[in-house]
Design a binder for this molecule. Structure first.
Ligand code: PMP
Ligand code: GLU
Length: 430
């Protein structure tokens, strides 16, 4: 248990430092030789989602019956026809280096998909395929930002945005939205936050961690604000595009007034349940796409050949497995919302996409069980992990300490049991 507690302590410390934006050189990684490592890495917080899921695995390995709703990863397997396409690609000899921005056949398929699903017209030299959307975002940060550039991040935000922006020496400017507005930042908030240093705005819709979906009129209002300013770009992360319960997904990059200033980020991890394949992509203005490709040429080269061939097949063939998965997520959401609302102190709004619920649990702050006092989201996560063995992610990792993130990419049985346990744990607080 000692190693586990050390890990937990380090994670809490990282989240705490990030939240209060303390000087990161005050932090130490578990190493005996600080000079060994660069400032860049010692100042970086680890990914809280990955750290939490690893802690859950470690506890499980020690024989504890842990339910982990911490990692945002589909519980479904990749559809069989996509796996078959990868096997065929291997047999066909797709085992060599690929063009750095991606196989032409995949970029052609992505171009078709952008037109078909997003109303975005692009050329294949605007498309860069990467080893996951995470790398796509890192490419953008490293190619677009200079020290002093500000990136406006809509909060709650996906955990890695903050660190990816800092990696590019950018300054994250966080715009907060709470549960009262379904965690959505308004165009007026954005207008107030833009300065001469603003390089781009960054948000996901459907959103990780809140599941919120920006409606067309909200996206239009945001686009109208951005359009007023020269040289402000939009990075729209649409990786949960196919897990959208509102009907048709709307891409901000399809709007005439910002289409030349929008970088649309997407990937195969969520909609096609292909997290381990490591495939993401962007559609960007040509100059930015070429820069990302240049960056990749020195870092990673092109993504895996047979994976790309299968990804092209995925985009152009039967999408029904993707729709079936989205249907399952939706029914889990419906089931879970009702159950979570029965837990004292949990305030739950209705997420419209992705596979997360982000309850506001601030009503529990100040409550205790024995010597354990709940003062923030980290305390509650720690308490639930220790007492009822359910792993969740503290909202502070996503910029909102009033909340917790629950990933419902898990079976109905696991979800029902997890909620039963959470309720039991919470009812023991007074
Ligand atoms: N953006 C968001 C909002 C995500 O939730 C994820 C999930 N890891 C990513 C980007 C990165 O996805 P991947 O690197 O697996 O393509
Ligand atoms: N996007 C997922 C999450 O938020 C996967 C973990 C990660 O890549 O950080 O949990």
């Amino acid at each position: 248990m000692d190693a586990f507690l050390t890990q937990w302590y380090l994670l809490c410390k990282h989240i705490f430092y990030q939240k209060f934006d303390l000087k990161f050189n005050e932090m130490s990684l578990p190493t005996s030789n600080k000079k060994l490592l660069s400032k860049r890495i010692t100042q970086m917080s680890p990914s809280a989602t990955i750290a939490m899921s690893q802690m859950a695995r470690d506890l499980r390995a020690k024989g504890h019956d842990v339910i982990s709703l911490s990692l945002g990863e589909p519980d479904f397997d990749t559809p069989q026809h996509i796996k078959d396409a990868a096997k065929k690609a291997l047999d066909d000899g797709k085992t060599k280096y690929t063009p750095v921005p991606g196989l032409v056949e995949l970029r052609e398929a992505i171009k078709t998909k952008f037109k078909r699903d997003n109303d975005i017209d692009c050329d294949i030299n605007q498309i860069v395929v990467s080893n996951g959307a995470k790398q796509s975002l890192a490419n953008l940060s490293l190619t677009m930002l200079e020290e002093g550039d500000e990136v406006i991040i809509f909060s709650p935000y996906w955990v890695s945005y903050y660190e990816i922006v800092r990696l590019g020496l950018g300054t994250p400017v966080i715009l907060d939205a709470g549960i009262e507005t379904d965690f959505k930042v308004t165009a007026a908030q954005l207008d107030n936050a833009i300065t001469n240093n603003t390089k781009f705005i960054l948000f996901s819709s459907p959103c990780n961690p809140t599941g919120s979906v920006y409606e067309e009129h909200e996206l239009k209002a945001i686009a109208d604000v951005v359009a007023k300013y020269d040289d402000v770009y939009i990075v729209a992360d649409e990786i949960y595009e196919y897990i959208n319960f509102t009907g048709k997904h709307v891409s901000i990059g399809s709007f005439e007034n910002v289409k030349d200033r929008t970088i649309t980020v997407n990937g195969f991890s969520k909609g096609f349940a292909m997290t381990g394949w490591r495939l993401g992509y962007i559609c960007a203005p040509k100059e930015i796409a070429a820069a990302c490709s240049k960056m990749q040429s020195q870092f990673t080269s092109g993504a895996t050949a047979f994976g790309q061939a299968a990804a092209a097949h995925a985009l152009l063939s039967d999408m029904s497995p993707t729709h079936e998965m989205a249907k399952a997520y939706r029914s889990r959401r419906d089931m879970l919302m009702g159950k979570l609302r029965e837990i004292p102190g949990f305030k739950v709004n209705q997420p419209e996409g992705a596979f997360y619920i982000f309850p506001d649990i601030s009503a529990l702050f100040g409550k205790k069980n024995g010597d354990t006092v709940i003062n923030n989201s980290v305390d509650l996560c720690n308490y639930l992990l220790q007492t009822v063995h359910v792993a969740l992610v503290p909202g502070s990792a996503f910029g909102n300490d009033n909340c917790l993130r629950i990933s419902y990419a898990a079976s109905d049985e696991q979800l029902l049991e997890a909620v039963r346990r959470i309720k039991k744990g919470v009812e023991q607080l007074s």
